[in-house]
Each structure stands twice: as structure tokens, then as C-alpha cells.
Write a protein that binds this ligand. Sequence first.
Ligand code: ATP
Ligand code: MG
Length: 251
Amino acid sequence: MIEFRNVTLAYGRNVVLKDVSFMCQFHEKIAVLGGSGGGKTTILKLMLGLIKPDSGQILVDGQDITVMSESELRDIRMKFSIVFQEGALFDSMNVKENVAFSLREYTKSSEEEIDKRVRDLLKILKIEKAIDLMPEELSGGMQRRVAIARSLAGCEPKMMLYDEATTGLDPLTADNICNLINELSKGEPPGRVGFIIVTHKVTDAAKVAERYIFIRNGNIIFDGNIDELKKTEDATLKKFINELYVVDGYA
Ligand SMILES: Nc1ncnc2c1ncn2[C@@H]1O[C@H](COP(=O)(O)OP(=O)(O)OP(=O)(O)O)[C@@H](O)[C@H]1O
Ligand SMILES: [Mg+2]
């Protein structure tokens, strides 16, 4: 379980999160939505202990990670895979080496084990044929798949974190990535590997998420499922719902 307890964080005078509290299970399928600069990426960074809040606690499996040392945090980070927003691949390495990166860096895996793990992951992500290609030779959608493979290589996550995994992709490719996200989190709770997808593409969020958390001006203004969302009186959220209907062809 992950719990944010009254978390406040500011960069200088810019208060990004104000007294934010929420709780989630690793098996949940969550979309964190909000405008640009709203603090979505910041939430993921806090969850991984990459940054510390000014006040409040962040509990992962009951342990407060805001007071942990780097070596303790390493164990926490193993519970998550993360595809960063700026998830650019290493330009000078081919697909295999990109995916193998954390295996080489953080494990004592043999060359044979690395090769097997990389091939297995590329197969799951349906990009086996790209193994020897360089990033510049890949389409945007393939690059995103390699980034996801790379995020999974060094860990057996309990939850997957995706920061803007579909942003910048054409609708069809984005749709494929959504299908992949669903596939990687198939199964039933509590055994399922859940995810948090951070995005401002609400229509993509709707293809994968079961729970929606909206952030505005540093606060969570909504936390609920799609049925609850449809009953909202908030103007911004209503706009979100309308957007869904347009895509679904109802408007
Ligand atoms: N290292 C930093 N130093 C100073 N300000 C920062 C830093 N990181 C983020 N910010 C600021 O904090 C705010 C929240 O940033 P964050 O990246 O969490 O937003 P976001 O919701 O992910 O936005 P986007 O949709 O554009 O990715 C922004 O105003 C941003 O400029
Ligand atoms: Mg962001």
C-alpha cells in the first residue's frame, strides 16, 4: 500500500502540492490527471523518494520513505517500474543495450541471463525484431515500448508507474500503448500488478484506468471512478467527461 499523508511540497515560492493525502493499493489502475505543471510528475518522484516533501509523510508498505537513506530507498524503488516522461533512450546504444542497462548496472546477471531477460521482455512488448536497432531507427511507438521494456528489466514490480506514456504519439499508436498497459496489468486483485499513469490525455486515461485522481492548484479535486466522475458538478471535470463522449462518438 502507498499512502500520502498531508504532503506539501514547494519549489521556492511555487507551492506544487498542498496538504495532499491519498491512499492506494499496488494492484489498482489509477490515472493522475491535471494541467501542465500541476504536480503530476512530482507525485511520482515523491513516491520513489527521488525528492522529499517539505512536510507530511509518504508511506510505502507502512514505512515512511521520507526519512529513509539512499540504500533503504533502493529497496522501495524495486517495488516499482517507472517510465519517465522524458523517457528518452540512450542514443548511442541499441535496443538490447538500452533494455539491459539496469541489469548490467544493478544486478550481477551473467551475459546469458541478460540476453534471455532482454529477449523475453522484447517478446512481451512485441518488439523482438528491433533488438539490434538503434533508437533513431524506431518509430515513436516502438521507442515507447523499448522504454517500458527497459523500466521492467531490473525489477519485478508490484506497481508500474507511467509518466505521460502516450503523450506525443498519434491516436492509433497511443491506443496500442494503452492496450499494452492493460495487458501488462491483466489479472485480478490482489495479485495483479497495478499502475499509475500520469497524463493530461484524458481519453487515454479512460482506456486504462479504474480510478481517477485530478489535481488542480496543488490539491486533489477529485478521486473516484468513472461513474462518480459522470456525476461531478465541477466545470473542468465536466469538460473532461464531454471530451470522452466526443471520442466515443456520442457527440
Ligand atoms: N526541479 C524543479 N525545480 C523547480 N521547479 C520545479 C522542478 N520540478 C518541477 N518544478 C515545478 O513544479 C511544478 C510541477 O511540476 P511537475 O513536473 O510535477 O508538473 P506536471 O503536472 O508533471 O506537468 P506536465 O504535465 O507539464 O508534465 C511546475 O510548476 C514546475 O515548473
Ligand atoms: Mg509531468
